[in-house]
Design a protein around this ligand. Structure first.
Ligand code: ADP
Ligand code: MG
Ligand code: MG
Length: 491
């Protein structure tokens, strides 16, 4: 059975001479407009190289794109409610907490902060809902009843911490527009949806800053020891500083926060003599980013403070895979959203999601996965890519963990099979012209939500990003070197 396919926006292959010529121009455009990253292999802080990108925008059905855009505020609100439901988070995470030290550490901070009394009830959510078109379809064997090579899209996950590509998303549209113009196809640009993700996300930080309402306050970006994805982060700073020149932004690692900040008697997080209004995490989502107790202490200090956190710790917990799986359970969406049409729209975007707890349904899920491992992805409570288990390794992992409590830290998810598209992937240092290859894409929709448990101040969809990878790659992280920047071409 051949995998479904979408036609590229231009007839391919391109002639070799045209390809070499346009790639040379595009690479320079990339370097000169921040389509870049730092090199992991030969790290040099002074050098930025091109980020991998797809030469031409990848087709994406317009109705499905619009559906995703329209649904984002609903998902924002759902995440907001989940983050504020203490009992649900506790119940959902309790088994994973027994075996997953990282999630347990986050959870402990949350308990401490709650017991002490929350000093900042407002949270800033800058979310990214990641989705893929599903080419298989319940209607017929391999084609949708609509006779399209996709059925609808399905959710991969929702990110509540360090949702990147607010700059690289929109700039991917710009570079591909430049390429289309160079190829004499500027008329096609009209099919590429506008993308204001950067200003939209930054507007969230600015609104939170204004809600904090303290003169002289600053914004703090929590960053990794080394930021490879530096362009994406810096452009957020440039954008804020252009819109609001008076807002000072600091970049600090968790270790620097440990050393350089303190809580004053009003529980303000003081940095360099200034209260911190907003803390925006671009780090802190994986265990390696907390190498010692100091980083955990720093995280606790920030959570205790009056700063508005993006995300606050309960928002980070709401973004775990375990929560995603629990939301797909019977009656759970209804509990948060009632039983209206929004609820069924959200239910429709879930693939099969199964708990691996030690109960009857967990056992059934293990049996099901052992019988047909290729159909599933096994996911631990982790972020940042490279943590999931695929294909035959699902069977190996489940066989190994079958009688171990470790299993409760994972969820089982049905694998989405997106339609293929032919295209060219441009990578730093790779031979030019590149081969024409089969690709698959993952669309991320950004949302901003600000509120307390009782009141939502703002809730909107703010833009998108598209990442595309080789069809046979399991994961497509751009920073990890697997995926490439792309943008949708609406069909
Ligand atoms: P992370 O939080 O580490 O990004 P994800 O759930 O997004 O974890 O998984 C990482 C990548 O694995 C995704 O970007 C996607 O390429 C792939 N992936 C995850 N879940 C599925 C799935 N159900 N079907 C197909 N691919 C998936
Ligand atoms: Mg994630
Ligand atoms: Mg992801």
């Amino acid at each position: 059975m051949s995998q479904a396919r979408l036609a590229p926006c231009l007839q391919l292959p391109l002639e070799n001479k045209t390809l070499v010529n346009v790639i040379e121009k595009a690479k320079d455009w990339a370097l000169m407009h921040g389509v870049g990253m730092r090199d992991k292999k030969h790290f040099n802080k002074d050098v930025i190289q091109i980020a991998p990108f797809i030469l031409l925008p990848s087709p994406f059905p317009k109705t499905e794109f619009m559906k995703a855009v329209e649904l984002q505020p609903v998902l924002n609100e759902l995440m907001h409610k989940v983050a504020h439901d203490d009992e649900f988070l506790e119940q959902t995470l309790q088994n994973a907490l027994q075996v997953d030290e990282f999630t347990a550490n986050l959870y402990d901070i949350w308990l401490k902060v709650k017991n002490e009394g929350i000093s900042q009830p407002i949270s800033l959510g800058m979310l990214r809902s990641d989705i893929m078109l599903e080419s298989r379809c319940p209607h017929t064997e391999n084609q949708c009843a609509k006779h399209t090579p996709y059925c609808s899209w399905k959710q991969v996950e929702i990110n509540s911490i360090a949702s990147g590509f607010g700059h690289l998303g929109p700039v991917s549209r710009e570079i591909q527009s430049y390429i289309l113009r160079q190829l004499g196809h500027g008329d096609l640009i009209k099919n590429m949806p506008e993308n204001r993700a950067l200003s939209g996300l930054c507007s969230g930080i600015i609104e939170a800053f204004d809600l904090f309402g303290v003169l002289n306050a600053v914004v703090l970006f929590v960053v990794e020891e080394v930021s490879y994805n530096i362009c994406d982060q810096r452009f957020h700073e440039f954008e804020i500083s252009e819109k609001r020149p008076e807002i000072q932004i600091y970049r600090k690692t968790l270790n620097e926060i440990y050393e350089e900040t303190e809580l004053n008697d009003k529980k303000q997080l003081m940095l360099d003599g200034h209260p911190v209004a907003v803390v925006y995490y671009r780090s802190g989502y994986e265990p390696a980013q907390y190498p010692t107790a100091r980083e955990w202490d720093a995280r606790l200090r920030v959570e205790r403070s009056t700063a508005i956190k993006c995300p606050s710790i309960h928002y980070q917990l709401a973004g775990t895979k375990k929560v995603q799986q629990a939301l797909a359970g019977p009656g759970v969406l209804e509990k948060f959203m009632g039983s209206g049409t929004s609820t069924s729209r959200v239910r429709d975007i879930f693939t099969g999601l199964y708990s691996l707890d030690f109960d009857e349904s967990g056992e059934r899920a293990v049996e099901m996965a052992l019988a047909d491992a290729e159909r599933f992805v096994l996911k631990p409570q982790r972020e940042g890519g490279g943590n999931n288990v695929y294909g035959s390794e699902v069977r190996d992992a489940l066989t190994r963990m079958r009688h171990s409590r470790e299993r409760a830290a994972y969820i089982l998810m049905e694998r989405i099979l997106p339609p293929l598209v032919s295209g060219y992937m441009i990578r730093p240092g790779a031979p030019v012209p590149p081969p024409l290859v089969d690709l698959v894409s993952e669309l991320g929709i950004f949302g901003v939500i600000i509120g307390t448990k009782e009141k939502i101040y703002c809730n909107r969809q703010v833009g998108h990003m598209l990442r595309t990878k080789l069809a046979d790659a399991n994961e497509g992280g751009v920073a990890a070197g697997l995926g490439a920047l792309d943008s949708p071409y609406l069909l």
